[in-house]
Ligand binder design. Structure first.
Ligand SMILES: Nc1ncnc2c1ncn2[C@@H]1O[C@H](COP(=O)(O)OP(=O)(O)O)[C@@H](O)[C@H]1O
Ligand SMILES: [Mg+2]
Length: 353
């Protein structure tokens, strides 16, 4: 038999979850630092039964040792006054002979997965709320029109305009929700096409024409080099710049400038790959940087009223984040109250031949 490259203790030390090693008599013979952290005490030399006494656990231990099979127990326990939902895995290992059979117990805290479930529930609640608000308003106006406004042409026109706006709002929300789910589905598939950044920015700028006319904003592009090529999904990259330019125009001042500057940058952790950084700067009111870490969360809006007023859904930056993840890029945000904001997109460039 070849010599083992490392001991079982060294192996469990590398695990990112609590792992406990017990002998046949259930005496704890070794633990990793995650286990010491979780139980908040050194455990070696104590009996495992001091930690777990649940009948399910005892049954798994017995069966795992006698049948030499991996067994799993799900338990709920309260530790430091917090209820935890744990999955325990019992893995019997024969060290040299059956006489030296030990049990490797690993512990997975399912409460962490629970918070993902909570996020999903919050998302569904948010979507329902966002859809219900315009729907309630639509019902209200339909009732009013049915009852008494048919003969008043001016009121009728006004109500129909409001109804049209509410329907638009629902439509935008559904469109962004579909976009988000599509982007999430293919987030792990690497894009395969070569895309030229100038084309993307040109198309995105042109798509802003109705908005730039409405707000009398000018989009000024600088630093663009026709050699900037990216491995990407063209439509998705256009969507990134559409969303960021739309925000800069809508949250910037009317009749102002939105500046889009491109430059070549080196990322510290990837010294041999060139990246392009595209800054989108507006001279609007900006915001307290305290909001920055949460801005790409779905439905997170600094000023809900303002977002609604400009036709926002609260999903634009979440979509941007997912698309950039897919492209191995990232978003950097900085803002100064009263001065404006800069949203920077950093993307890896294809190597030049
Ligand atoms: N250029 C900007 N200036 C000021 N605030 C911004 C800017 N871009 C985004 N925000 C803030 O970030 C929030 C989230 O943006 P986004 O996801 O695009 O949603 P929305 O549909 O509300 O525009 C906005 O509601 C707004 O509060
Ligand atoms: Mg937006």
């Amino acid at each position: 038999m070849t010599e083992p490259v490392c001991s079982i203790e060294e192996v469990i030390a590398g695990f990112p979850i609590p792992v406990i090693l017990v002998d046949k008599s259930m005496m704890i013979i070794s633990t990793n630092s995650e286990a010491t952290k979780y139980f908040n005490s050194p455990l070696v030399g104590n009996s495992l039964y001091l930690l777990f006494r649940q009948p399910d656990v005892l049954k798994c231990i017995k069966e795992s040792l006698s049948e030499r099979e991996v067994k799993i127990a799900n338990i709920i326990e309260t530790r430091n006054e917090i209820e935890k939902n744990l999955t325990l895995m019992f893995n019997p290992v024969d060290l040299n002979s059956q006489e030296e059979r030990v049990l490797v117990i690993s512990l997975i805290d399912e409460s962490i997965r629970g918070s993902a479930e909570q996020m999903r529930r919050d998302f569904v609640a948010n979507v329902s709320h966002e859809l219900k608000t315009p729907l309630t308003s639509l019902y209200g106006f339909i009732e009013t029109l049915k009852n008494d406004s048919w003969d008043d042409p001016q009121a009728r026109i006004k109500f129909l305009e409001i109804m049209e706006n509410e329907a638009f709002r629902m439509n935008r929300l559904v469109r962004d929700l579909l976009s988000l789910s599509k982007v999430e589905v293919n987030e792990t598939t690497e894009p395969s096409r070569e895309v030229n950044l100038s084309d993307v920015l040109d198309i995105a700028k042109n798509a802003m024409r109705p908005l730039t006319q409405k707000y009398e904003t000018r989009i000024l592009i600088s630093g663009l080099n026709s050699n900037f090529a990216i491995r990407g999904d063209k439509d998705q990259l256009i969507q990134v710049f559409n969303n960021l330019l739309e925000n800069a125009i809508k949250y910037g001042p009317a009749k102002g400038n939105v500046e889009l500057n491109c430059e070549l940058v080196k990322e510290n952790y990837l010294a041999n790959q060139d990246h392009v950084k595209i800054d989108i700067r507006d001279y609007g009111n900006g915001f307290d940087p305290i909001h920055i870490p949460r801005l790409t969360e779905r439905f997170y809006r600094i000023d809900k009223h303002r977002s609604r007023e400009v036709g926002g859904t609260g999903l634009g930056l979440a979509i941007v984040k997912h698309i950039l993840n897919r492209h191995r890029g990232r978003l950097e945000i900085s803002s100064d109250i009263g001065k404006g904001s800069v949203f920077s997109v950093i993307l890896p460039l294809l190597p030049q031949n």
